[in-house]
Design a protein around this ligand. Structure first.
Ligand code: FES
Length: 318
């Protein structure tokens, strides 16, 4: 039985039980949520002993080489000394605030130290002790400055702060990026991105990163909106598509009387057949609430192999 040392305590692990369960059953307080390698809440660092390869597969390369691993994916075979990662906040300054739409604030941030992340990851932003929120990053790690999107929501004090109080030059605190990172380098030739307009941020990160890293990869965005006209952020994609020739986008009116429109069902079927017929040369990423994804599926979209980016609140629901 491998021995696990954590905070100077020596515990027994079992190669048939994930390390998360072994540690929890022996009274350790390890944060966790999804238990499936998605949320990264259970990330630990090995200070002695090599973590099993399987426990590092879903982590960004820099984290894996720094001996981080996911306890819920770890079936230890050897003794290890492990610790909870220090999640020290990083100070940052707001360097720009744009409002591409009246309900959307885009904050550009300048962290005091380099922020290592991948498209698809999120981090905690704290404006002061009472105002904080987990937000998806909407920038490519190659961009010089990270960006986040904040939608205005009635009764949400963080969004009120972002839209009415925040100013360029304000100091904020950032948590470490979390969640599954999308490794664009290993992506196949064609990428379909489907999202709801309120969940665009991680898609923007993927598109920007592809445009810088894989400019020949064909990327198509389908963004569903619920208002009477396409959201103003469409202009951002218009501009992007003139520079990034392999990128195309479609804004689709999706909800009518709470139901997805027939045109969307047709589109879902098209994307499904494309993904299926292209012998896995196409990949599908969906960003939106669970009920949005379920609606797409109920109209024929094959979401089995899709990577799903749920709103952070829904990711942590059990
Ligand atoms: S609990 Fe391990 S990754 Fe979510």
């Amino acid at each position: 039985m491998p021995k696990i040392t954590i905070a100077s305590r020596q515990l027994q692990a079992d190669s048939d039980t994930c390390l998360l369960d072994s540690l929890l059953s022996q009274g350790e307080k390890i944060p966790y949520s999804c238990r499936s390698g998605v949320c990264h809440a259970c990330m630990l660092q090995s200070d002695g002993g090599k973590p099993p390869l399987q426990s590092q597969l879903l982590l960004p390369r820099e984290k894996a080489s720094a001996q981080y691993f996911l306890a819920c994916q770890c079936y230890p075979t050897d003794d290890m000394t492990v610790s909870l990662p220090e999640n020290k906040p990083i100070s940052a300054i707001i360097t720009a605030i744009e409002k591409p739409e009246s309900t959307l604030a885009v904050l550009t941030l300048s962290p005091r130290q380099p922020l290592s992340y991948q498209p698809g990851q999120h981090l905690n932003i704290s404006a002061n002790q009472r105002l904080s929120k987990d937000c998806y990053l909407a920038s490519s790690p190659i961009d010089s400055q990270p960006m986040i999107y904040i939608r205005r929501k009635v009764g949400d004090s963080f969004s009120t702060w972002a839209h009415e109080v925040a100013r360029v030059g304000d100091k904020i605190q950032l948590g470490q990026p979390q969640g599954i990172g999308i490794n664009v380098e290993t992506m196949n030739r064609q990428l379909h991105l489907i999202c709801h307009e309120n969940h665009l941020a991680p898609m923007v990160a993927v598109i920007k990163h592809c445009s810088l890293l894989k400019p020949d990869a064909k990327v198509t965005l389908y963004c569903f909106y619920t208002g009477s006209t396409a959201p103003d952020i469409k202009h951002f994609f218009e501009k992007l598509s003139t520079q990034y020739k392999s990128f195309s986008y479609h804004f689709l009116k999706s909800h009518e009387a709470g139901k997805i429109a027939d045109t969307v069902a047709d589109l879902a079927a098209d994307v499904t057949s494309d993904v299926a017929s292209d012998k896995s040369e196409s990949e599908l990423i969906i960003s939106g609430k669970r009920n949005f994804i379920a609606t797409l599926e109920s109209h024929g979209l094959n979401i089995r192999s899709a990577l799903k980016l749920l709103p952070i609140k829904e990711r942590t629901l059990r």
